[in-house]
Every structure is written in C-alpha cells, then in structure tokens.
Design a protein around this ligand. Structure first.
Ligand code: PEP
Length: 256
C-alpha cells in the first residue's frame, strides 16, 4: 500500500516568532509546490511561534502542516507552564510529537505519560507522532527491539485500530539524535519493519499497512533519499537539519 511520506521539522527550542516567520516564508519559496504532491511536510516550532506560523500558513495557503513539539494530556487545570492539547487543536495544529527522547530523558516522561498524551492528542483530532528509540548501551546489549516494541505497545494502549492507522510512529535511535551518527538504512529498515510487524500483531493488516513510520536521527539532505527508499520508512523526523538551508534539499530528495 502506498503511504504518502511525512517529513517533520522539529525546531526544538530555536527561532523566535520573527525568525520563525522568515524561515517558513523562505522554505516555502524554495520548496517547489509540486514537491508537496509527493511528500507531506510538518513544521514544529516552539509554542511561542505557533500562532504566528498558523496565521502565515493559513493566510498564504502554504502547504506546510502545523505541528507542536509536545503537549500535556489534560485540557485545562493547575499545570503551570504546560500546554493544553485543546488549545493546540484550536490553533489548527495537525501533528503533535510525543515521547521524544529529550522529553523522556530530560523531563522524565514515562511510557504511561506518553500514552496519556497520545490519547489526548487523538481526542482532539490531531495526529500524534509517537517517538521510540534505544540508547547506545541498549543497542550494544542487543536490546533494541525489546525497548522499541515495548514503547510502542505501551504508547498505543487503549488506542483503536482506526486511530493507530491514522498515526505516525517515529523510530529515533537516541544515539543518533543530534550526534551526526545515522543508523544505516538497513538497520533503520529492520527496526521499522519490526515496528510494523508489532502493529500487525496488536491490530490487523489494514492498520499496519496504513500507519506511517518515520526514521529520525541525524537525517540530512545526503541520506534522506536512501533512508526513505526503504519499504517500511515513510518519512523522517528531522532536528538539526530542519533549521538549515539543507532542509529544502532534504525535502526534495525525500520526495524522490
Ligand atoms: C530530533 O530532534 O528528533 C532529531 C532527530 O534530531 P537530529 O535530526 O538533529 O538528529
């Protein structure tokens, strides 16, 4: 089954709203319109930029999808500093990253917290990008699949097959994030295929064939096409390179 690939630019805590507007305008000018026939592209700026980018994307009818980098699982309440999924939905946010390794490692997000966020994002008709991935120690100990498939099972608890089919999973080996080290396309394909098989077991063929699986971890213009040509890799979650001019070529190369 043909799955339209999704390339997502995770800006992390970079670019204020003025810089963000300029960056999105420049990117859109440089990525030719036809490219969007072959690939979806989501932009995940910091929260303070989202309203500005929403206004720009909607007023100029840009093809970019608006994304967020995370959210809380509750709609409202005494959660100082947190961001409501209901408020993100109100800004027409389409994709929300959840369970990014930086959130898990720096901010202590457990599988249970990530699962609650997945359910909350879906409740508001947005698409979760559920991240999973192993550390270098886990990989060297042969524990990659145990770790990754465990995160998938926990993250998808209580999610219906139809909802899983609409989701995006991002396989991001932690040792490859921001390090310049990328998994070989064969290794990335092996893990992404195992994720799809896990979903086939948890749900059914239709669901497994529909869910999009991204690879993330030092993706750049030079390796995007090879990674995305793998049968079970349907796009890329891109950090560092999404802030550079390289992102234009990365998107073009990824579109094939
Ligand atoms: C990320 O932030 O999800 C990521 C993959 O970062 P980078 O592309 O810089 O490795």
């Amino acid at each position: 089954m043909a799955r339209k690939p999704l390339i997502s630019g995770n800006w992390k805590m970079n670019l204020n709203h003025f810089e963000a507007i300029q960056n999105v305008q420049k990117l859109h000018y440089l990525i030719h319109k036809e490219v969007f026939d072959d690939v979806d592209v989501s932009i995940h700026p910091p929260f303070t930029d989202i309203r500005s980018i929403q206004t720009l994307v909607e007023s100029e009818e840009l093809e970019f999808a608006l994304g967020a980098q995370h959210c809380h699982s509750e709609d409202t309440g005494a959660f100082t500093g947190e961001v409501s999924p209901a408020f993100l939905a109100k800004l027409n946010t389409e994709y929300v990253i959840c369970g990014h390794s930086e959130r898990r490692e720096i901010f202590g997000e457990t599988d249970e917290i990530v699962n609650a966020k997945v359910l909350a994002i879906l409740k508001h008709a947005m698409t979760p990008i559920l991240c999973c991935g192993e550390t270098l120690d886990e990989r060297e100990a042969g524990g990659t699949e145990d770790k990754v498939l465990g995160q998938i099972a926990a993250g998808l608890a209580g999610v219906s097959n139809e909802q899983i089919a609409s989701m995006v999973i991002a396989y991001e080996p932690i040792w490859a994030i921001g390090t310049g080290k990328t998994a070989t396309s064969e290794d990335a394909q092996t893990v992404c295929a195992a994720i799809r098989t896990k979903i086939r077991d948890m749900a059914d063929d239709v669901t497994a064939d529909a869910v999009r699986i991204q690879y993330g971890g030092s993706v750049k213009a030079g390796n995007a096409a090879e990674l995305m040509s793998q049968p079970d890799i349907d796009g890329a979650l891109v950090g560092g390179a999404s802030l550079k001019p390289d992102f234009v070529e990365l998107v073009r190369n990824g579109a094939g």
